[in-house]
Design a protein around this ligand. Structure first.
Ligand code: G6P
Length: 612
């Protein structure tokens, strides 16, 4: 959480930083700030609220500077207000710092500094850190970068930091551990950012810092060293994100743009990997390690949030087609419960951002026990793909709306391809079933497009239910994780309490809640549990619940009993989540918009959860 941006070069830094912060606002949006240097003065502007609020305030002030750092915050220590906003300035008034992460041992450092006479304006761990650097700097008389390195050696926790100094307008220092940081290399200029999106407008040459690396940009040159003081050779990569991919492109919100992008994002994900006509399926990133999965005793899937739901879908698919036992774990639980995991286990870590702190820590643990780790991530160059043994990118393109949509369908697409590839190698799926699933998978983008045509109908249904206080989502089999995902989407962005359940579990609790005020969304497409779902719908209707049912085109049985039906194209039941989730994404989007909610930046949430 929190987004950071930095610039040093010949241009005006402020516009670059503010635009960059806007691109990173998905990472946190409770306060924002910038630090600039002009005329031997360190100018720091910060404001509670969005980056736009910061700009309204800052534009009245001196914004001249060719160096600067900026921050958009998701509060950890201290409530969101102007004082706790970053940048933080050291007691001597010369050092300014932005920080994404948590300094866990800040309290003991703070006590020590307080005893030396340091005072603190904010409640943040970050302000403690910059004063710690200042204390070392003043007492040891080493160069500032060295003082930063010494301080980092004493710090426990996670950080991506950027520091500038009034004493040297040609110096910008950055470092990371656990939180992402990218250095952009322009012509006579350098950029820093939490991801590449603030940078791509200016350069596509970047260096992704590794954990415990420090970037020192001084007098137009970049040096990278680790915190043991060993100089590292920068590994320059080229990013190929199109600018239009990170803009709204005429849509009102990123979320609706991303929902509508799904025919393309799923097609992009399949492209070059799947060719149904000749039975070709190839995931280059896992090819060399595929036998590890084929021979695995067990697959453990680690993820959080929507990615965890994609993992549940994968559990059904891998077990059915590959006959390998699968466990899907919340990364946050796995990492703290002394799990049984060893060399014959395969871990698949799923993460849109590739930065989720709990997922990263869970990977570390599984890796230390000898498991082979595969990653399924969307953000190229992010942390998870760099710590896994092998993996596949989802290639959904940048997902900016906080509620995940196109990343979910791309994750399921990759996981399905993985399972089919393994099943074929293992011989657990007949050639004809394999071939027909490939054909079906190839048709998914057009089936998603057909679901998107339902948008006007779903908008009408949304208007009817926008004031509901609760929602229940029920599904069975492959559609059970879809019920969970539908409920999560609604609560995330509309703040309506919603729960997802396996439909049969309804009788063990949720049925007590059903009355005429309880909308119940059933995912009742034609599959092996169809008859059972029809009975569950009848049970809800008998208790006067209002039923919205996602059904297969041409369905008549559910159409007779449900209050509203939404017809989606038929596909193989294992692929149905890719189709049946689309109307649920649209339903939550419209309800949230009608309730006046900020769908792209829902309250209290952040897209990239880099703290545990
Ligand atoms: C946050 C996001 C969710 C996401 C989850 C896991 O809660 O708001 O959309 O599903 O983190 O993130 P990851 O990047 O690991 O998929």
């Amino acid at each position: 959480m929190c987004g950071i941006v930095g610039y040093i070069g010949k241009k005006e830094a402020y516009p670059i930083i503010v635009k960059g912060l806007q691109r990173l606002e998905y990472r946190g949006y409770d306060s924002a700030g910038v630090a600039l240097l002009n005329d031997n003065k360190l100018n720091v502007y910060k404001k509670k609220g969005k980056v736009a609020d910061l700009h309204d305030f800052a534009k009245e002030h001196d914004l001249k500077s060719t160096i600067g750092i900026g921050h958009t915050r998701w509060a950890t220590h201290g409530e969101p207000n102007d004082v706790n906003a970053h940048p933080h300035v050291s007691n001597g008034g010369k050092l300014a710092m932005i920080h994404n992460g948590i300094i866990e041992n800040y309290a003991s450092i703070k006590t020590d500094l307080t005893s030396k006479g340091y005072t603190f304006q904010s409640e943040t761990d970050s302000e403690v850190f910059i004063n710690f650097v200042e204390d070392i700097y003043l007492n040891t008389k080493v160069p500032l970068a060295e003082a930063v390195r010494l301080a980092l050696n004493k710090v426990v926790g996670a950080y991506a930091i950027a520091i500038m100094s009034l004493e040297d307008p040609n110096l910008l220092i950055a470092a990371r551990k656990g939180s992402p940081l990218v250095v952009g290399l322009g012509k006579d200029e350098f950029f820093l950012a939490s991801d590449a999106t603030p940078i791509i407008e200016y350069t596509n040459e970047v260096v992704y810092l590794d954990d415990q690396e420090i970037a020192i940009i001084k007098d137009g040159g970049l040096t990278i060293k680790n915190i043991e003081d060993v100089e590292m050779k920068p590994y320059v990569q080229t990013v190929d994100i199109e600018l239009e991919a990170i803009e709204k492109g005429g849509y009102d919100h990123f979320m609706i743009k991303e929902i509508f992008e799904q025919p393309k994002s799923v097609a992009d994900c399949l492209r070059g990997r799947l060719n149904a006509k000749n039975g070709h399926l190839h995931l280059g990133g896992i090819h060399d390690y595929a036998n590890k999965i084929v021979n695995a005793d067990r697959i453990v899937i680690l993820a959080c949030g929507t990615s965890w739901h994609a993992g549940l879908v994968a559990e059904y698919i891998f077990e059915e087609f590959c006959r390998i036992s699968v466990e899907v774990e919340y990364a946050s639980e796995f990492r703290y419960r002394n799990p049984i995991i060893g060399e014959n286990d395969v871990v698949i870590a799923i993460s849109q951002s590739g930065e989720t702190a709990d997922t990263l820590a869970a990977i570390d643990l599984a890796k230390s026990k000898g498991a082979t780790i595969f990653g399924v991530c969307n953000v190229v160059g992010s942390s998870i793909p760099r710590v896994t043994h092998a993996g596949s990118y989802t290639h959904a393109g940048p997902e900016i709306g906080v509620a995940s949509t196109k990343a979910f369908t791309a994750q399921i697409s990759v996981l399905t391809m993985m399972a089919l590839m393994i099943a074929q190698k293992k011989g657990t799926l007949s050639e004809s079933a394999y071939r027909s699933l490939l054909v079906e998978l190839e048709t998914i983008p057009e089936k998603i497009a057909k679901c998107l045509d339902l948008n006007p109908q779903i908008e009408i249904i949304s208007a009817k239910f926008k004031d509901a206080a609760n929602f229940l989502y029920l599904g069975r089999g492959y559609n059970f994780p879809v019920a969970l995902e539908g409920a999560l989407k609604l609560k995330e962005i509309s703040y309506i309490h919603a729960e997802g359940y396996p439909a049969a579990e309804m009788k063990h609790g949720p049925i007590a809640l059903i009355d005429e005020n309880m909308p119940v969304v059933f995912i009742g497409t034609k599959d092996s549990s169809y008859e059972k779902i029809v009975s569950n719908i009848q049970e809800v209707k008998a208790r006067k619940g209002e039923v919205i049912a996602i059904v297969t085109e041409g369905d008549t049985d559910i159409a007779e009993i449900a209050d509203h039906i939404i017809e989606v194209p038929h596909t193989h039941e294992a692929l149905m989540p890719l189709v049946s989730v689309i109307p649920l994404q649209l339903l939550s989007y419209h309800i949230a918009v009608m309730r006046g909610c900020n769908v792209d930046q829902p309250r209290n949430l952040a897209k990239s959860v880099t703290v545990e």
